[in-house]
Every structure is written in structure tokens, then in C-alpha cells.
Design a protein around this ligand. Sequence first.
Ligand code: G3H
Ligand code: 13P
Ligand code: ZN
Length: 336
Amino acid sequence: MSLVPMRAILQASLDAYKAGSQFAVGAYNVNNMEQIQGIMMAANQTQSPVIIQASRGALKYADMDYLKHLMQAAVELNPGIPVAMHLDHGNNLDSVKKSISLGFTSVMIDGSLMEDGKTASTYDYNVKVTKEVVEYAHNFGVTVEGELGTLGGIEDGVGSGKIHLTDPDQVVDFVNKTGVDALAIAIGTSHGAYKFKEEPKLAFDIIEKIRKMIPDKFLVSHGSSSVPAELIDMINKYGGNMKKTMGVPVASLQKAIKLGMNKINVDTDGRLAVTAAIRKVFTEAPDKFDPRDYLKPAREALAAIIAQRMNDFGTAGHIKDVKMISLAEMAKFYKK
Ligand code: G3H
Ligand code: 13P
Ligand code: ZN
């Protein structure tokens, strides 16, 4: 069985960092069958462990039970690939409970925002809700990711729209009070396609400081799509209307990985690849009407960009470094 707690996958990244040969694992968002298949195609091709994540919006769009079975099919069909099923931007204990009941092996509780997923919360609120989730999830051996600081950008209602970089002085207290496994930190990245007008300067000093403060916790970077200009150009060439924009350069992500980043969230790059491929078919072959004629190229385009990121983040070839551990074993570990 290749379904593992996210902790097992991220531990391989942290061990590599400590041994001086860093790599990170991408967490890729899914909403449908083709996205899940595309990601697994990329993981197979590059022999990478993978985190498949679903937002609350995805669970609503696809219907939770469909996503559960699609993700489980991915796991069954790929016994050699370690996979974690992760809830992205959980907003309260209820969303966490639902995901765990569906078989997710990891959850994020985004207590940096209130339940509406938009309003910035207080530190005390964040500690309270995150602690509550850790106490619940660890009973099931499920990994928990929390967040300190807020990102820029808003995707379907997720995000305050304002960047508040993580305050390193809060980190040790937050981790000790909550018991989270992984911490998403705000270093200047942003959700969505319209992140920056010019090349961003990320707060690498914050990563360095925090990495030293919590050497055994996993660090997470959200809003990390690179928004390739070629994909924006391709979308516009085939009838789209996207404005000029910039994402997080791959080189900046690689620098973050060198400094100890373990999990990198990518959604937008996949969305762009899928849209560009579908627009191409619609423009070049307007007579086509069988969904397979455009969903197959879309799935292949997604697989290509994800395989690229698996190489960029150094995840490729690291399957063997993941210890295959069950949720039950993990639950025992947390009890100790
Ligand atoms: O961080 C947010 C992810 O990109 C998910 O976006 O809420 O539109 O599914 P979504
Ligand atoms: P992007 O919008 O940069 O792909 O970020 C995705 C993300 O952070 C999901 O949680
Ligand atoms: Zn995010």
C-alpha cells in the first residue's frame, strides 16, 4: 500500500537537508480525474513521492466521495509510489474531521485566517484552532500542517490578499503550544496567477532563521507557482485574455529548498497548463466535440509541467527514501 502519512514523505526531505543534499516535495492540487492521473503520470515518470492535495473548494466541486475514490484509485494503481492525501487550507475542525473520515493522511488547518478563509485571525485564535486539530488528527496518525503569517493573493476566497511575513519570534511558541508537524511560513509568495509585476524578492533570511529554530519540523511554502510566461502566451495565442504577470521563479524556490524548505504548493501552474492545452485544441480543431480530444492533451500537459517541477524541486528519484509507515504506526508514534 503506497498511501502514507505526509510526515513519512516530508521526513525524507528533512533527512536529506540534514545530510546536506536537499530536495523538497511538491504538493499539487486536484479537482478531477484527469488532474490526479496527470500527477501520477509525472510521479511515475520521475519516480517521485507525491502529495496530492484537495482544497475545500475542490471537495465541494468534485463531491468529497468522488475525490476520495479517485485518489484511492491513484494509490491502488501505483503501489510503488508513496502518496499522501492532504487537505489544503482546512478552515476548522469540521473540515478536518470530514477529510480524515474520507481517508486523508494529512490535513492543513489554516488558522492564520478566520473560518471564512479571508479575514486575518489573531495569534491566540490560530494557536487555539491549530492545537484542537492536532489533538484530534494525531489520534488517527494523520499529519498536521499549520500556518503562521499570511500570503498575498486570493484564490476562490482563500487568502487575506495581504502579505504578512511570518514573525520568527512567534515560531517556537506556536510549534510548542500546538504540536504541528509542518509549518507553512509566509516569505513573500502569493496565491494565484497574478502574484507579482516584477521579479519578487523572497525573505530568505526568515527561512534561515526559522529552519534553525525548529530543526525537526517541516517547512512549507504556499503560493509557489512560477506562472511560466510561455503558458500565459499560449493561452493568449489561442484566444485567452490573461494579463502580463510573474510568479515565483524556480531559482528562488531552489534557493528556498537549499535553506530547508520541505513542501512546495503548486496549483496555478497546473491550471495554466491544462487551460493552454484545451484552448489549443479548441482553436486548431474547432470541429472536435469529444471531451477526450481535449482532456487527453490537457492531462499530458499537466503531467509535463508537474514532472518539470519534480525535477526542479529535486524530488525525482527519491521514492526509496520514504519509509512506508501506516497511519496506525504513526498514531502509536504520536501517543509516545
Ligand atoms: O491555495 C489555494 C489553492 O490554489 C486552491 O484553490 O480554493 O480555488 O481550489 P481553490
Ligand atoms: P499557487 O496559486 O501559487 O499555485 O499556490 C497554490 C497553493 O498554495 C495551494 O495551497
Ligand atoms: Zn495555499
